[in-house]
Design a protein around this ligand. Structure first.
Ligand SMILES: NC(=O)c1ccc[n+]([C@@H]2O[C@H](COP(=O)([O-])OP(=O)(O)OC[C@H]3O[C@@H](n4cnc5c(N)ncnc54)[C@H](OP(=O)(O)O)[C@@H]3O)[C@@H](O)[C@H]2O)c1
Length: 220
């Protein structure tokens, strides 16, 4: 069994941050829940331990210190806040895996704020040039974490990145929380993954399409 890895979850009390924290607590990870609302994160950590006394989970309001301690950093904040988060963690995130889950949606949820030919993940990589940015979880919904299944089969979770070892590590993390990891390509594939989620959201707005069902590529 591999050694326990520490994961800093920035934005841990948000929709995605809390879903990820609760699911990851079942794995062999030490979780550092980073938030500006320490009371809320402390209550969440206690609640996680109540359901799983073996869970290694701590709340902190110091994102930089937690990121310094962590092997993996999950940036679970709105895209607009990523520049500020990157500025805070840049010095301590060197050579570490940084997971970008963001969908850079505009205010009306019908377009992306990123320029053509780039993605939120690639922009984060530019801000953290010495980190291994991996795209993951942007095509899964916070609500899916409770039951990551469609018709009894695992929901697919797409991953993109440039570092093979980091992709392998994040694939294991994705499996731990119950999704089926699929490596979509290098970090530039994040453009497609972010477009895919925009499409789901637009179809839902137009046709009430069941976007909560997530993605499942059917194969024999
Ligand atoms: N919701 C979904 O189903 C879903 C699915 C896929 C991807 N995503 C992506 O996941 C990310 C988070 O979405 P969400 O729905 O979880 O949002 P959310 O519920 O609003 O939570 C975002 C968290 O970000 C933190 N935050 C905001 N500004 C910050 C800043 N300047 N510095 C540090 N932390 C900051 C807040 O934590 P504090 O309380 O500590 O400030 C907040 O709890 C977004 O990029 C979104 O595109 C969401």
């Amino acid at each position: 069994m591999r050694t326990t890895q520490s994961i800093a979850i920035i934005g841990a009390t948000g929709n995605m941050g809390s879903a990820l924290s609760r699911s990851l607590a079942a794995g062999n990870y030490r979780l550092l829940l980073c938030t500006s609302n320490l009371d809320k994160a402390t209550a969440m950590a206690e609640d996680i331990r109540k359901g799983n006394p073996a869970a290694m989970v701590e709340a902190t309001d110091c994102t930089m210190e937690a990121s310094w301690e962590a092997d993996i950093i999950i940036v679970a904040v709105p895209y607009a806040a990523e520049k500020e988060v990157a500025r805070r963690i840049r010095e301590v995130a060197n050579q570490k895996i940084v997971i970008s889950i963001a969908n850079p949606l505009n205010d009306t949820y019908d377009g992306l704020v990123t320029a053509p030919g780039t993605s939120a993940a690639e922009e984060l990589q530019k801000l953290l040039p010495n980190s291994k940015v991996i795209k993951a979880f942007n095509t899964t919904f916070a609500a899916d974490f409770a039951t990551p299944l469609i018709d009894g089969r695992q929901v697919d979770a797409f991953i993109a990145g440039n570092d093979g070892e980091a992709l392998q590590n994040v694939s294991e993390l994705v499996s731990t929380v119950g999704f089926n990891p699929i490596v979509a390509g290098d970090l530039a594939a994040s453009r497609t993954l972010e477009d895919m989620q925009l499409l789901l959201i637009r179809l839902n707005a137009k046709y009430d399409y069941n976007w909560r069902a997530g993605w499942k590529i059917l194969h024999q």
